[in-house]
Design a protein around this ligand. Structure first.
Ligand code: NIG
Ligand code: FE
Length: 387
């Protein structure tokens, strides 16, 4: 095992409260990577010797982004649907069935290549951990295959057999819930850490969602919920009731929903690239933060409601459109994502943690929102390795 000293770091975001402020930011700093882990962080002048050293010339270093919500296992795209939305056609969950048909037709190799391409795209933009859901197969074999493919890229795999009721079960939604909680769960559970359900008008109601999440929990999976995306509804309350790790979207919330998130500790996953791409109102992040809710930012990268793989884009939207401070947005895109995935080992740069980090061609993380759409990430390290 060899050690590497990164020195000349203009601004180092550690997310370690011991260093002060929300981000534990150090100036004129250094960081030592030993093998796959962070061995030391501190002022440059106190840095210990290492086997090799790189002077970053004043660039910023941040923890790698933890993208806690994505749907990368799919075939085809829905660019025409996006174009129609931009001229006034509203987003509806029904478009999911278009991708289900294309995904079922695709070979394992085609699906794997598409995930590989998107994960590479994410890494180039500083993402070091990504959660990946199934949900475009919606048969026993196609959901199991999606999760096996996702498993090749991440430990954070999510069984989303309950994305929508597929066309072949349109007349028998109860039969589909039985499939999702029975044979499909049997096939999916061994490849999954998480179970998710889309609780929404046109997808699943609270009783169906509860049955699906409880079946998964009984099999050792942990719960996450697609909640309150297209209108107010029972998703957030259900997430709190079953002890889900996160309720994602949270676009339309009542005061009772905000209270439920604050008192239960369920993380609110905000996905602003979706509001961008569906021309919907952005979620009210300030209301959540002021109520003491833990907020994660994630891409929700998928071919329908929003096809961005970029965490920096989400940060820029969160700052400009959702009134998060740049520090809050970066925290939510790193430590917030780690909290959402129940991974206290991720999202911060402290001795002993995995060396997952991004180097920015900028003097401070503020440039992520200040210079939107500029490719500022110059290097991404995962487990101490440049990727
Ligand atoms: O998180 N809302 C449900 N699922 C995805 C969209 C999937 C699609 O449109 O294909 C989402 O936005
Ligand atoms: Fe989603």
């Amino acid at each position: 095992m060899s050690s590497l000293l990164l020195t000349g770091i203009g601004s180092l975001v550690t997310n370690d409260p011991a260093h002060g402020g929300l981000l534990g930011e150090l100036h004129d700093a250094a960081l030592v990577i030993d093998g796959s882990t962070v061995a030391w962080v501190g002022p440059r002048r106190e840095a210990p010797a290492a086997d090799s050293a790189v002077d970053l010339g004043g660039r910023a270093v941040i923890p790698g982004f933890v993208d806690s919500h994505s749907h990368l296992v799919f075939a085809g795209d829905r660019a025409e649907e996006f174009a129609a939305r931009m001229t006034g056609t509203p987003y509806s969950a029904g478009g999911i069935r278009t991708t289900v048909a294309a995904t079922r037709e695709a070979t394992d190799e085609q699906l794997t290549a598409n995930v590989s391409r998107l994960v590479a795209e994410m890494r180039r933009q500083g993402t070091t951990t990504v959660e990946i859901k199934s949900g475009y197969g919606l048969t026993v074999a196609d959901e199991a295959r999606a999760l096996q493919i996702a498993r090749q890229f991440t430990d954070e795999t999510t069984y989303l057999g309950a994305h929508v009721v597929p066309a072949d079960y349109a007349d028998d939604p109860a039969g589909y819930v039985s499939l999702v909680t029975g044979p499909m769960l049997d096939a999916a559970a061994k490849h999954s850490k998480w179970i998710d359900v889309f609780v929404e008008r046109g997808a699943f109601d609270a009783d169906q969602g509860r049955a699906i999440l409880q079946a998964g929990i009984a099999r050792g999976l942990q719960a996450r919920v697609h909640a309150n995306q297209l209108g107010e509804g029972p998703g957030v309350q259900l997430a709190a009731e079953v002890g889900a790790a996160s309720a994602d979207h949270c676009t339309y919330l009542t005061d009772a929903d905000v209270d439920a998130l604050a008192s239960s500790g369920v993380v609110a996953g905000l996905l602003p690239a979706i509001e961008f791409s569906t021309r919907s109102p952005y979620p009210n992040a300030r209301r959540l933060l002021d109520a003491g809710v833990t907020v994660a930012l994630a891409t929700d990268c998928n071919p329908g409601s929003g096809y961005s793989s970029s965490m920096p884009f989400c940060i820029a939207l969160a700052v400009r459109e959702m009134h998060m401070t740049p520090a809050e947005a970066l925290w939510s895109a790193t430590a917030g994502g780690a909290t959402s995935l129940r991974r206290p080992d991720l999202g911060h740069l402290t001795p002993g943690t995995q060396a997952n980090l991004a180097v920015l061609d900028a003097p401070t993380y503020l440039h992520l929102a200040y210079r939107p759409a500029v490719p500022l990430v110059t290097q991404t390290f995962i487990g101490g390795r440049l990727v």
